[in-house]
Design a protein around this ligand. Sequence first.
Ligand SMILES: [Zn+2]
Length: 299
Amino acid sequence: MKKNIYFILLMLLIASASQAQLKIVTTIPDLKSIAESIGGDRVDVFSIATGYQNPHFVDPKPSYILKLSKADVFITVGLDLEIGWVPALLNSARNQKIQKGGEGYIDASTNIPLLQIPSSVNRGEGDIHIFGNPHFWLDPLNGKIIAQTITNTLSRLDPEHQGQFHANLKKFNEAVDAKIKVWETTLARFKNTKVIAYHNEWPYFEQRFGLKIVDFLEPKPGIPPTPSQLAKIIGTMKREQIKIIINSPYFTAESADLVARNAGGKVVTFATSVGATPEIKTYIDLFDYNVGQLVSALQ
Ligand SMILES: [Zn+2]
């Protein structure tokens, strides 16, 4: 009788262990959305940054350290996008599994065809894109590469459910492929439209959807707009008949508004991440929103 009870307890223990979800912490909500698409009910995902925060600059909080200390998986954009806040958090979390090189550490930039890789690494002039442009999730095809990378790690950590992860990956890829056709068709008539952006975070979007980003309000990524840079942009916009300035939710509208007023253009705020506005709930919604913003601005 006693033996039976032990046996039942043991079986319950094994069952609950195999039911346990993988605890995932991501730096940005886009990675959370993709991880949830792949992991489904096998994962519990928390994103440190919100969708309306500048992912280069996030204030570390003790609650993030607690989350990281208990995480099975950590997903970072990489390329030093989060250099200002992730290393300190990982250090304080003291969780070997999710340190760089650990079994649960995922660098989302793995296998991404990077744009704007500089010929030399130089932080001297304040540039924060020193390993290539890190805003690669803004091309939905790169979302598929990120999804594959996440699928590989989840399958390794929870092999019992790898069939489910691969099925979810297939579903995710099909959803992206179907939507890309719609977005490309919608934007086809605006091909080669010249625009100005605040921060250099759109080269992947530009490449996918055929915009031409001519210049930026920031003289260098991470360096706030200067009067001389704004004057230069006003001249460029007038000369080249550019009507659109793409802003991001975390930059004040002041500089963009000033340029728009003086150059006769308008400011369009794009979403850079899931959750930038309440209606952007998933990675696919992000592109629906930005394509919509662009179409209504250009019409
Ligand atoms: Zn950037």
